[in-house]
Design a protein around this ligand. Structure first.
Ligand code: ZN
Length: 325
């Protein structure tokens, strides 16, 4: 229901107004950062257009709302990158499917996630589709990189820009929902999206990874062989995915920044606020320049992982370099 989307009020107000006045555009481009709720709002718009019970909102109870929530509504088609890009076959399949279904005269919606990853052929094929809008068909394109979308596509769509949620607002909201403060605060540093932050807070491995980062930071400062064992045993040796290892690096970065904040007496901004004793001790032991160097090493490791370097080797190398620094 629209009332659940008060984080993106500007966008949802425009869409609700268009629904109420029956002036829905043929094509929308939702642009905004990861986790800002673009896909959720796209699905909400689809439900509002197809719901049997309500004219411009979703009831969440009728067969149409339920099928959209279940991801299996025949008149709602979602295209996502196949590998690194959206290919022309995917757009052709969509067109084929929609021309069959046009016979039924239903309203149809298609959502193209990461629309900026369309190959030139796919984009040109979609462009034809956008240029001759069939009645009752609504296109919703989503992108985190609006500047990478072809101008010809852009010119056919109504552009709606999603704003990232500021971390303190997001954390406050998560804490109100009952999540523990450190976890909520860390999650809100990692994503701007409520839904994604909630998922992080709910996942068991998140809290575990956080504890292991605190352990690792202690081991690194003690300069023994424990740090390497910790990373091999508890982190890279487990079935952690590449994303989870990225998360380890992100949490570690926030940890290092917390030490800096402690040193500069900005304790109100500290994210790991349940670990003040450990932070205080580490703040006494590491100088500011070393901390900055460590942050740079973590960032460099993160870049390596993004470029598909071996996570295990990259993280082990990082630990050794951190101990030298
Ligand atoms: Zn409904």
């Amino acid at each position: 229901m629209w009332k659940d989307f008060n984080e993106q009020q500007r966008v949802t107000r425009i869409l609700q107004g268009s629904l109420e006045h029956d002036r829905i555009a043929h094509a929308y481009l939702f642009a905004g950062p990861r986790g800002a709720g673009k896909k959720a709002v796209a699905l909400q718009l689809a439900k509002s257009l197809l719901c049997r019970e309500l004219a411009s909102d979703s009831c969440e109870a009728c067969a149409d709302c339920k099928r959209i929530n279940g991801g299996n509504h025949p008149d709602v088609h979602l295209i996502e990158p196949d590998g690194a890009s959206i290919k022309i076959e995917q757009v052709r399949n969509l067109q084929k499917e929609f021309s069959y279904r046009a016979v039924e005269g239903n309203r149809k919606i298609y959502i193209v996630d990461h629309a900026d990853t369309m190959t030139v052929q796919a984009a040109n094929s979609l462009l034809k589709f956008l240029e001759e809008p069939a009645s009752g068909v609504t296109a919703i394109l989503l992108t985190e990189r609006v500047h990478a979308v072809l101008p010809t596509i852009l010119s056919r769509c109504q552009l709606l820009t999603f704003q990232p949620l500021p971390p303190d607002k997001l954390a406050q909201r998560l804490i109100e929902e009952g999540y523990a403060s450190p976890v909520a605060r860390i999650a809100s540093q990692l994503t701007a999206g409520l839904e994604e932050a909630r998922k992080l807070c709910q996942s068991e491995s998140f809290a575990q990874l956080r504890n292991q980062v605190v352990q690792l930071s202690e081991d690194i400062l003690n300069r023994g062989s424990y740090a390497l064992l910790t990373i091999q045993d508890k982190i890279t040796g487990q079935d952690n995915s590449r994303d989870e290892l990225m998360l380890v690096l992100d949490i570690y970065l926030i940890w290092l920044r917390d030490i800096l904040l402690w040193q500069s007496d900005r304790r109100d901004l500290i994210v790991h606020d349940d670990q003040q004793d450990v932070l205080a001790k580490q703040a006494l032991r590491v100088g500011r320049n070393t901390l900055l160097q460590h942050m740079e090493l973590v960032l460099e490791t993160r870049r390596r992982l993004e470029q598909n370097a071996s996570p295990q080797l990259s993280l082990e190398r990082m630990v050794l370099e951190l101990q030298e620094g």
